[in-house]
Design a protein around this ligand. Structure first.
Ligand code: 13P
Length: 249
């Protein structure tokens, strides 16, 4: 964390929670966080976006989708466009999560989605991260460089206040095997350095994601280039997630 950047803690619910479950979560969660030092976002499934936005009215927590398509409308079964996400009251979108990249989203598709999201006024949480094989082969930095160059090549400096990057090593996602604070710091610093080719690196927030828990969050967020977290499993429980949010304070 740096005093120059307000930390962001975002909860990615993945394919969990109906609208009714999201509302119950928000009713429990907002009193627990009060007025947090960190910025807080929740990323429910598409079907719970509108309910979550309504349930968070009057709270500082904002809402983002977990992906967004690059076209406004068309024959794209199962996809949702940026204007559709905005119409729910959500303000942002995760783009390029590794779970979507594994299902076929290429760097080019990620770049197109980033572009479309920014064009329509969404905040983008762009994900990048290496596999265990790549890390063990010493390819972490070159892989991250490629992912960041591909996605940030379409971003202008004027738009960067609506851009957040999340470093999520694939081997740490949902595994309980968190990156060490040093590994998170090194990778986030590298992401920031590569991002400097396209945007001002100083105000850019770079998050860490991958088995963040109430127990390890404070140490991870204390790293100089880690500006908060993108949290999966630990964001599903309001009390756990509130503790993670407080760790970024
Ligand atoms: P976990 O926190 O469950 O490891 O998930 C991380 C993640 O993928 C957030 O986008």
């Amino acid at each position: 964390m740096s005093a120059a950047r307000r930390p962001l803690v975002a909860g990615n619910w993945k394919m969990f929670k109906t609208g009714a479950e999201a509302v119950a979560y928000c009713e429990a969660f907002t009193p627990l966080i009060g007025t947090p030092a960190a910025e807080v976002a929740l990323c429910p499934p598409f079907t719970a976006l509108a309910d979550t936005v309504r349930a968070l009215e009057g709270s500082p927590v904002w809402v983002a989708s977990q992906t967004v398509h690059d076209q406004v409308q068309g024959a794209h079964t199962g996809e949702v466009s940026a204007p559709m996400v905005l119409a729910t009251g959500a303000r942002g979108a995760i783009v390029g999560h590794s779970e979507r990249r594994a299902a076929g989203e290429s760097d080019a598709m990620v770049a197109a989605r980033v572009r479309a999201a920014l064009d329509h006024g969404l905040v983008v949480i762009l994900c990048c991260g290496e596999s265990l094989e790549q890390r063990e082969a010493g390819q972490t930095e070159s892989w991250l460089t490629g992912q960041i160059r591909a996605a940030l090549g379409v971003v202008t400096r004027e738009e960067q206040d609506r851009l957040v990057v999340a470093y999520e090593p694939i081997w740490a996602i949902g595994t309980g095997r968190t990156a060490s604070p040093g590994q998170a710091q090194d990778a986030c610093a590298h992401v920031r350095a590569v991002a400097a080719e396209f945007v001002d690196p100083e105000p850019l927030r770079v998050l860490y994601g991958g088995s963040v828990t109430p127990d390890n969050a404070a140490e991870l967020f204390a790293q100089a280039d880690v500006d908060g977290g993108l949290v999966g499993g630990a964001s599903l429980d309001p009390a756990k997630f509130a503790t993670v949010v407080a760790a970024a304070g």
